[in-house]
Design a protein around this ligand. Sequence first.
Ligand code: ASP
Ligand code: MG
Length: 406
Amino acid sequence: MALIVQKYGGTSVGNPDRIKNVAARVAKYRAKGDQVVVVVSAMSGVTDNLIKLAKEIMPLPNEREMDMLLATGEQTTIALTAIALHAMDIAAVSLTGAQAGIVTDGVHTKAKIHNITPKRVHELLDKGNVVIVAGFQGETMDGQITTLGRGGSDLTAIALAAALKADLCQIYTDVDGVYTADPRLVPKARKLPEISYDEMLELASLGAKVMQSRSVEFAKKFGVIFEVRSSLNDNPGTIVKEETKSMEDIVVRGVSLDKNQAKVTLVAVPDKPGVSARVFKALGDANVNVDMIVQNISHGSGTPATDLSFTVDKPDLLKAQKVIDGLQKEIGYKETIADEKIGKLSIVGVGMKSHSGVAGKMFETLANEGVNIEMISTSEIKISVVVRLDKGEAAMKAVHAAFLGN
Ligand code: ASP
Ligand code: MG
């Protein structure tokens, strides 16, 4: 008998038939005598719709109320999934994040899990129930509902698998696993049998919409091995685990394109100590995640000035602009330019640590495609460039062909 945590994403529970399909899958494991904890997302499109509704009322809604609103999406799915299991005569109980013992900090819309006390989950499992837990949500110590950031159901599943010491953690989605690139954009993409946490982390944070990056960080930290697989067939998926020596033989594991970033440029910022500190401290205090940062050399005569560009998640752009506008008097830059029409293209692989010439080959490929590079950033296992959004897909195909074949 194994204890299995299964997470089903929005498309896997997108309509009543899909929810029945989830129940049927769970039933198969139950029939083998396994204990099953199911974590579900909101039905596909529901979270986006709720956000849209709120924004029709005001552009920057209160974040506590957003959590109150968004948590309803997952709450709908847990009840429907329990009902689908009952319809098959299988004992099942649904729990909200709070009821499952998930305690978070108080940073609304991006809360971090503090601890999980899954006492009630264990009790219900021991009585023979399938336990269905609402993904993406938790509760603060003083009883406020919080959410864990977009895609947060993944984190719920990984964290629960760690807290329950589960034997198996399966992340069910609408693709067969992790691919060398998004197969909808790159038809030649291939499914990977395995990938390291670090590669997965880079791909997730780079916008390969496979999994929420915080959930992969959590899995790495607590050594939770998990499998990403499809809820619509029985094909084996991709195993995500700690890096092994043989993984380094492959230079580039995957290519990703993030269309969800925006670029902000502060034009003619005085070039003196403390300015960047002021800008990024203020953004940090407002909980805006900054990704790439590029600062140019000084230009202009008289007082030296420089241009400072950075990228943020598109949904944070308004908030970032508000923060920056509030600093204009104090810092004295000339103007800000916000640009949503960018894409971030990245290549990732632990093999880059031991192979040279990777950047040159990527840039040459882009040059041959006539793609201009606007920003560059690198890490030990990743190279990212910002390009025009409308060139993103063609650039991605070319880079995939260059490193991963046709
Ligand atoms: N429903 C939430 C979202 O759409 C959480 C999740 O799906 O993981 O972001
Ligand atoms: Mg998701």
